[in-house]
Design a protein around this ligand. Structure first.
Ligand SMILES: Nc1nc2c(ncn2[C@@H]2O[C@H](COP(=O)(O)OP(=O)(O)OP(=O)(O)O)[C@@H](O)[C@H]2O)c(=O)[nH]1
Ligand SMILES: [Mg+2]
Length: 258
């Protein structure tokens, strides 16, 4: 046993000597280069890990005033049907695990309910650069009178520089589908595409003077469709009031991963 250990020691020493000799033979330049490459690779993998860890978990709830953002916010947080009804004057934010999740595996979501009042819209721009995803809420009951205003708001979001550059996914959420008079998501999608097409034509006519919209939308020469957007736009139905929020939760979970 002891002899074996001695032999092993001798072999190890021989290897060590051979190793040092080999290193001494290499020109110093090559040695520095090799060490440099090694360090660079290690740093590179570390930075990738760091980047992954700091991936945003911010999801924005936006949409016109009265579309149901605040009700949906509390529904996702607590599962309760907190009555909205008063217009929000401040963004409502919170970091929590969606109330239906089992808390062990899932990453908490930083949810921000941005007021829809036109004077408070600028708040949205502060949050857009950090957003991982946007839920754009539309009132499916009172849709037609609000169609133009909602489309304009969505147009501004879809042409915002950070939304386009970061390809932030957008969920077009048709809310209040608990009432039978609510319009279907297909109808809402088509109407909004038509309205955005009109906006696109009228705004490109004044494009050189218009600096508010950073990017042009859709494919030139083709009628606008959400599928032309660089970022993914999906359509869903929900009711914050009665708690049918599965599609919204599914969307959030897709973009806020542990
Ligand atoms: N039927 C029905 N009504 C809803 C639903 N969600 C919200 N509402 C009603 O719509 C109204 C506005 O809801 P809020 O959540 O306050 O709207 P908001 O989007 O936060 O509005 P602002 O804060 O002004 O931007 C309230 O009277 C709610 O009761 C829903 O799913 N179904
Ligand atoms: Mg509100």
């Amino acid at each position: 046993m002891e002899k074996n250990l001695e032999d092993l020691k001798i072999v190890a020493e021989q290897w060590l000597n051979q190793g040092t000799e080999f290193v001494q033979q290499i020109p110093p330049n090559q040695l520095y280069a090799a060490v440099g490459v090694l360090l660079f690779t290690i740093l590179f993998f570390f930075s990738i890990r760091l980047f992954r860890r700091t991936k945003s978990n911010t999801v924005l709830l936006s949409g016109l005033s009265g579309s149901g953002k605040t009700v949906l916010f509390y529904r996702l947080r607590d599962g309760s049907s907190h009555q909205g009804s008063v217009t929000s004057m401040e963004p409502n934010e919170g970091t929590f695990v969606l109330h239906t999740e089992n808390t062990q595996k899932t990453k908490p979501v930083h949810l921000v309910d941005v007021p829809g009042h036109s004077r408070l819209r600028s708040k949205l721009e502060e949050y857009l650069p950090r957003a991982a995803a946007i839920v754009f809420i539309v009132d499916a009951l009172e849709f037609l009178p609000n169609c133009r205003a909602a489309s304009e708001y969505l147009y501004d979001i879809l042409t915002n520089a950070s939304v386009v550059k970061n390809k932030i996914p957008v969920l077009l959420c048709c809310n209040k589908t608990d009432k039978i008079t609510a319009h279907t998501k297909e109808f809402i999608r088509k109407q909004m595409e038509k309205e955005i097409e009109k906006l696109r034509v009228s705004r490109s006519a004044v494009s050189t003077a218009d600096i508010a919209n950073d990017f042009t939308l859709g494919i030139e020469g083709e009628v606008f469709s959400f599928s032309h957007c660089l970022n993914k736009v999906t359509v869903a139905e929900a009711s914050g009031l009665t708690g049918q929020t599965e599609q919204v939760q599914e969307f959030i979970r897709e973009y806020v991963k542990p």
